[in-house]
Design a protein. Structure first.
Lengths: 305, 331
């Protein structure tokens, strides 16, 4: 509020010249930063499309002297990566669906005014965000007592609910006019029916937002694989990349699986990069669609300024 | 349990005769009535409650591992109780100081640089107004936020790796000697900062943009009539108006300052011990000790140390946020 008072009267004619330069300067800056954001993707994509021996000889180049699709061919001919793709897709689809169901149900229950203990239940969840037992007790619980090790569900069940998302949904539900629910209630609709047929359809932007959060979380999971999974058939794509980063031999192995007969050099370096590109493929594909919902939903649940 | 059943039996009369509610069973009676009344609503919350009980509250019992010489075969209830020995062992060494310092220092660096980058970007984007050009660039800038740290780590390796990474190619092209980043601990805080800004600034700007767009345009109008330049308007109106959001987000950031950015650090550094002096944080330390099957008891002790101080910091930062702006506090 103090801003206007502080500003002194100054020569407007002198300033207008500078004012015209400001957007140009800012525009250049924005373009530069956008290029920087995009450049790594472009550079890695071109490198992944480089011929393996050319890459080894010349290093990474924006315009390699010899292009090759061999890395991508090898990826899809190998067993490892299509399998990991399957695991990642399963975990993401099933995990997101289950997470959204559990989150929406819980969020709805604590949004209903007639539920007297809603604040107590909310605190029950809130506390889990404040204090945690740490990784070790969870690790022991999952491996020793729940026996979830080496099961695909270890990616999903321990990550089922994020209280933050639940509170975001609750806030959204709270803003839905009571009249919508009331009219359904007068007609004798069951509470569950009200939730699924009245409230959730009105909350699509918020649901899309938390759906995106969950889906990204599941798609990007690798720590679970590292801690709990030893069966290679259950590795996620992200964990495959993790192994490739740590050890070029795992890339060579995959490249060997998928290399066409008669290849002298298995495309292990290019395959590393191609795997990363293949992993972000679905995100690139869904991005424009999700961004639309995402920014709107973020405003709804975000911190007020 | 038995008490609940008993009052459940009394329940119908309790609802018809108000005098009964004065009996000792009043509280449970009211509880049962409430549950019965909104049974299906409470049922909705049950899956989430069970989840939190199993995966969040039961591990709290497991915290007792920190006071045990934990043996995986004997389990939680069979292992020997050794009091504070795990803590003593951890705090006697020098590593606790290093990982605590790294955790705090890196987070301070991230909060400061991240805020500056996000605020700067937000101001610039808003100043440019709404156009297809700005929208497109903004979309490009937000995109890296959605990429996993694993993929980012792969990119980082392609850039700074010693086997023909871009950066070293460029250094060599200009006649310099290649730097082997993966054995240069001093470089990593800077690498982290650059990568975080690359990944997060566009996304971080969204919240500040919302604040800026919420500023009364009349103020800018008045400033313009008074002859203020655009830069003056930015420094005298926009920045002061953003102060509250910045302070608030910083306070909330302080709440989690005791938790290292595990996803980023572990994917980029991994088990490369050469880099530990500047990159090893509490989270990576605990994770590593689980994987290398070190002492579970001591790992749990370190985890508890982190949880306790982290808890105090969250409460403290929330108290501060509440004092600063009553509707900003989370609880």
């Amino acid at each position: 509020m103090t801003g206007t008072k502080v500003i002194t009267k100054s020569q407007s004619r002198l300033m207008s010249k500078g004012d015209r330069l400001v957007p140009i300067f800012f525009g250049v800056f924005v373009i530069l930063f956008a290029v920087i954001c995009l450049a790594p993707f472009i550079l890695v994509i071109t490198a992944s499309l480089t011929d393996e021996s050319t890459l080894v000889r010349e290093g990474y180049r924006l315009f390699p002297s010899k292009w090759s699709l061999e890395a991508y061919k090898a990826i899809f001919r190998s067993n490892t990566i299509p399998q990991a793709y399957g695991v990642s897709i399963f975990v993401t689809l099933v995990g997101t669906a289950l997470s959204m169901l559990v989150t929406a149900m819980g969020g709805y229950a604590i949004s209903c005014k007639q539920v007297r203990y809603r604040n107590k239940i909310a605190f029950f969840f809130y506390f889990t965000m404040l204090f945690s037992g740490g990784l070790v007790p969870t690790y022991i619980l999952i491996t020793k007592y729940l026996q979830l090790g080496d099961s695909i569900w270890v990616y999903i069940i321990p990550a089922l609910l994020n209280p933050w998302n639940m509170f975001m949904l609750r806030n959204f539900f709270n803003d839905i006019p009571e009249a919508f629910k009331e009219s359904a209630r007068i007609e004798g609709a069951h509470e569950w029916l009200i939730m699924f047929k009245v409230v959730l359809p009105l909350s699509l932007p918020a649901l899309a937002t938390i759906g995106l959060f969950y889906a990204l979380g599941y798609w990007n999971a690798w720590m679970e694989a590292m801690l709990y999974i030893s069966n290679e058939k259950l590795f996620t794509l992200q964990y495959i990349i993790m192994r490739i980063i740590r050890n070029i031999n795992s890339a060579t192995q995959i490249a060997g699986e998928g290399a066409s007969s008669g290849t002298i050099v298995p495309p292990s370096y290019t395959l590393r990069l191609a795997t990363a590109i293949v992993t972000i493929g679905p995100i690139i594909f869904l991005y424009p669609f999700l961004q639309k919902y995402f920014v709107g939903g973020l405003k709804v649940g975000g911190i007020k300024g | 349990m038995q008490d609940n059943k008993a009052s459940a039996g009394r329940m119908p009369s309790a609802s018809t005769l108000p005098s009964v509610s004065k009996l000792p069973g009043k509280k449970t009676g009211r509880f049962i009535t409430e549950i019965k009344k909104n049974f299906w609503l409470y049922m909705l919350a049950v899956p989430a409650i069970i989840y939190a009980l199993v995966f969040k509250y039961i591990p709290l019992v497991g915290v007792s591992i920190a006071f045990q010489d934990f043996n995986p075969i004997k389990g939680l209830f069979g292992s020997k109780f050794i009091g504070l020995d795990n803590f003593k062992y951890f705090f006697r060494g020098s590593q606790w100081l290093q990982i605590t310092f790294n955790t705090l220092w890196l987070n301070v660096l991230f909060i400061v640089t991240g805020t500056i980058a996000a605020v700067g970007l937000a101001i610039i984007l808003v100043e440019l107004g709404k156009s297809v050009f700005v929208k497109f660039n903004q979309s490009v800038m937000i995109f890296p936020n959605f990429i996993s740290w694993v993929v980012v780590a792969m990119f980082v390796q392609a850039f700074i790796g010693s086997d023909g990474g871009y950066i070293n190619r460029w250094i060599e092209a200009f006649g310099g000697a290649p730097i082997s980043f993966y054995s240069e601990p001093g470089a990593w805080p800077i690498i982290f900062i650059v990568v975080r800004i690359w990944k997060g600034a566009g996304f971080g700007a969204i919240i500040y943009m919302a604040t800026i767009l919420g500023i009364d345009t009349g103020m800018y109008e008045a400033a313009r009539i008074d002859g203020a330049s655009r830069m003056q308007a930015i420094f005298r109106i926009t920045l002061p108006m953003l102060k509250e959001t910045v302070i608030l987000l910083t306070i909330l950031g302080i709440g989690t300052i005791f938790y290292g950015d595990f996803g980023m650090i572990y994917t980029m550094v991994g088990d490369n011990s050469v880099l530990f002096p500047t990159t090893d944080v509490i989270d990576t330390y605990v994770f590593r000790s689980i994987r290398t099957s070190g002492s579970m008891g001591m790992s749990a002790a370190v985890g508890l140390y982190q949880s306790l101080i982290g808890f105090m910091l969250v409460i403290l930062s929330n108290q501060m946020a509440k004092k600063y702006s009553p509707d900003a506090a989370i609880f």
